[in-house]
Design a protein around this ligand. Structure first.
Ligand SMILES: Cc1cc2nc3c(=O)[nH]c(=O)nc-3n(C[C@H](O)[C@H](O)[C@H](O)COP(=O)(O)O)c2cc1C
Length: 211
C-alpha cells in the first residue's frame, strides 16, 4: 500500500507558523506519510517589505529552504494542511493567494475527497486564533476537502492548541512554539496522515469491487 501524500502549504514571516509546519510534517512522517513542505510567497514589492525590519531577509532565507506550493502539489496530495499567521483575525493574503490558484482543480473536481486541515499563529491570546482557523474552513469546504479537526482526541489537546487545529501565541513574535504547542502540531500531522491513509485504502477497495 502506498504512503499517504501530505502537502503542508504554509506562510510565515517570523517563523512561529514555520515551526508548527515542521512539527505537522514530523507527525505525518511518523505516521508513514510522504510530505511536501511548501511556503507561500509574498507578492508585495521589496520596498513594501523593507518597511517591516527583517521581513525581506527572513523571506529570502525561508524561500531558499522551501519551494512555493503549486497546483501540481495540491493535485499530488491526498491531504492538504494549511498554515497561516493571523492577519486581522483571518487568513494571510499570501496563503489565500495560493488557495485562489486552485480554482482550476476545483472546477475539474480534482480536490474532492482529499483531506483538509489547518493550523496557525497569532500575536495575542484573543487576537483571532480560532477565527483565523475557522476562516479557512470555508474555502476548504468549497474545495471539497474532508475537513479534519483535532477535537480533544489526544492528551496534547488538554495543554495547548484548539479543537480546530494547532495554534500558537507569539506575543509580538517574541515567543516561539514550545513543546506543548509542537505536540499538538505533531498530533495534527499524525491524525491527518492516518485519515488520508484510511480514505485512500477505502477508495482503492471501492475500485477493486467495481473492477
Ligand atoms: C498585517 C498584520 C496583521 C496582524 N493581525 C493580527 C491579529 O489580528 N491578531 C493577532 O493576534 N496578531 C496579528 N498579527 C500578528 C501575527 O499574526 C503574529 O505575529 C504571528 O505570530 C506571526 O506568525 P509567523 O511568526 O509565522 O510570521 C498581525 C500581523 C500583521 C503583519
Amino acid at each position: 500500500m502506498s504512503k499517504p501524500k501530505v502537502l503542508i502549504a504554509f506562510y510565515s514571516r517570523n517563523s512561529s507558523t514555520e515551526l508548527l509546519a515542521k512539527a505537522v510534517a514530523e507527525g505525518a512522517i511518523a505516521e508513514g506519510a510522504e510530505v511536501r513542505l511548501r511556503r507561500a510567497r509574498e507578492f508585495v514589492s521589496h520596498d513594501v517589505m523593507r518597511q517591516s525590519p527583517g521581513w525581506s531577509e527572513r523571506a529570502t532565507e525561508m524561500n531558499t529552504k522551501y519551494e512555493a506550493p503549486t497546483e501540481a502539489d495540491a493535485e499530488w496530495a491526498d491531504a492538504i494542511v494549511f498554515g497561516t499567521p493571523t492577519r486581522f483575525g483571518s487568513i494571510c493574503a499570501e496563503l489565500k493567494a495560493y488557495i485562489d490558484t486552485l480554482g482550476g482543480l476545483w472546477f475539474q473536481g480534482k480536490l474532492n475527497g482529499k483531506v483538509g486541515s489547518v493550523f496557525g499563529s497569532t500575536s495575542s491570546k484573543h487576537g483571532g486564533n480560532e477565527s483565523t482557523l475557522l476562516s479557512i474552513y470555508a474555502p476548504m469546504a468549497h474545495l471539497g476537502l474532508i475537513i479534519v479537526p483535532l477535537g480533544y482526541a489526544d492528551p496534547a489537546m488538554f495543554k495547548a492548541g484548539t479543537p480546530y487545529g494547532a495554534t500558537h501565541v507569539s506575543q509580538r513574535d517574541s515567543v516561539m512554539p514550545d513543546a506543548d504547542h509542537l505536540a499538538v502540531a505533531s498530533f495534527q500531522g499524525r491524525r491527518v496522515a492516518s485519515v488520508a491513509q484510511a480514505l485512500v485504502r477505502a477508495s482503492a477497495r471501492t475500485l477493486e469491487t467495481v473492477a
